[in-house]
Design a protein around this ligand. Structure first.
Ligand code: SDX
Length: 393
């Protein structure tokens, strides 16, 4: 009934694989999770429900949803021993470095989740990771600002509990407004999976050697960190801030991004697969506008982002190369409106993407598939001889 499907990944030599989790139509800008278009999650966003859908292959019924939510709550705490790891990091340590290290550290505290020979154990590992990544992220933030760790609340749902651990203080509990809860649920679920992107392919590659789920997801965090991938949401905010501080105008920035020698790119723009638009960016732009309006606030960075998109849409360089806003272009505006610091944006991406990584790991490793071993086109020198040191130039 859980619908856990393990396909023969057919991945061994080609680097491509068959998957039943997510489909993308890049020409028409369509993204479907287990066949459901992402637009259908917009008006009652529920990240935990989407996590179940991606991992177990169908929308949870009321009982499955209640049980899974209870499992997430039950395993939200970290082993007290893990706090020593946080204390060992400098305050300014990059949160993605901490996240990857602590996901691997989790496996040392939960060896029972190494061998996932049955669905029950796999489900416990999935719930444990999805719940604890939230606690790890919040603790990394609290450590970076020198504030005490806030324990997970036993009655709070996924997103309110995360924001509670991020922003409460011992005598001042953070209250999560429904519009903020819905906005963050939507940001997380829109990042939940995206077929064979760089970090998910990394998780599948690592999982194909039968490495455990924690090791594979820790590797996924490292791949996601790059500014060409999940790190772009941080780079977008830096780009918008630079323009906002008047150091460069939007028009000048776009000109720079068109000049290959500048090595500057319009961050949050372009995509290997989407060639008309990224449907996630369209939804996130709407959510950013709606959330700021509901909060009664304006954000000049949103106006700058809109201006950059307007200029690029008219510019032949971007139109000819089919470059449009991607998932990273507007997401940071929403996170910033909620008070998430910029250096935590890619961590939020990882929190959102984790259910997709878990689903792909199971589809790859659960199939008992062969180890991934892509081949190459060798272009180096052929059959040379060894030259002793004293005869070299
Ligand atoms: C994510 O794979 C996924 O699904 C990823 C992701 C997911 O959910 O997992 O969608 C999340 O990673 C989104 C992408 C976030 N990264 C950025 O926003 C960084 C900026 N974007 C680019 O670096 C780029 O567009 C990529 C990385 C997104 C895509 O790179 P490609 O497909 O390898 O494109 P390319 O580098 O070959 O560029 C093709 C042309 C080049 O110009 P020419 O050689 O034709 O002259 O387009 C130009 C590039 O210079 N170009 C850009 C540009 N992106 C491409 N020029 C200026 N600004 C940009 N953003």
């Amino acid at each position: 009934r859980t619908g856990l499907i393990a396909l023969d990944p057919g991945y061994a030599n080609t680097g491509s694989c068959r998957s039943a989790i997510t489909s993308i139509d890049g020409e028409r800008g369509i993204l479907r999770y287990r066949g459901i278009p992402i637009e259908q999650f917009e008006h009652s966003p529920n990240f935990v429900e989407v996590a179940w859908l991606l991992i177990f292959g169908h929308l949870p019924n009321a009982r499955e949803y209640a049980d899974f939510s209870a499992e997430l709550t039950a395993c939200a705490n970290l082993d007290e021993g893990m706090k020593h790891h946080f204390e060992g990091f400098p305050r300014a340590a990059p949160p993605m470095a901490i996240l990857s290290a602590m996901i691997n550290a989790l496996s040392c505290f939960h060896p029972e989740l190494f061998e996932l020979e049955d669905e029950q154990r796999f489900r416990a590992a999935a719930a444990g990771l999805i719940s604890r990544i939230r606690t790890i992220a919040a603790y990394a933030y609290r450590h970076s600002i020198g504030r005490p760790y806030i324990y997970p609340h036993p009655e709070q749902r996924y997103v309110p509990n995360f924001l509670h651990m991020m922003f409460s203080d011992p005598y001042a509990e953070y209250v999560c407004e429904p519009l903020v809860r819905d906005a963050i649920n939507l940001v997380l679920l829109l990042h939940a999976d995206h077929e064979q992107n760089c970090s998910t392919s990394t998780v599948r590659m690592v999982g194909s050697s039968q490495a455990n789920l924690f090791a594979a997801c820790a590797a996924g965090v490292c791949a996601l960190w790059g500014p060409l991938h999940g790190g772009a949401n941080v780079a977008v905010l830096r780009m918008l801030e630079e323009i906002h501080q008047g150091r460069i105008t939007p028009e000048q920035y776009v000109r720079l991004a068109k000049d290959r020698d500048s090595k500057v790119r319009l961050m949050g723009f372009g995509h290997r697969v989407y060639k008309q638009f990224d449907p996630r960016a369209q939804i996130l732009a709407r959510v950013a506008e709606r959330l700021l309006a509901q909060l009664g606030r304006r954000d000049p960075l949103l106006d700058i982002a809109r201006r950059l998109e307007e200029i690029a849409r008219e510019d032949p360089y971007f139109v000819e190369r089919q470059l449009y806003p991607n998932v990273d272009f507007y997401s940071g505006i929403i996170l910033r409106a909620v008070g998430i610091p910029t250096n935590m944006f890619t961590v939020m991406f990882a929190m959102g993407r984790l259910p997709g990584w878990i689903a792909h790991w199971w589809e790859q490793a659960g199939a008992g598939g062969r180890i991934a071993r892509p081949r190459q086109l060798y272009v180096g020198p052929e059959s040379l001889d060894y030259v002793p040191m004293d005869e070299r130039g």
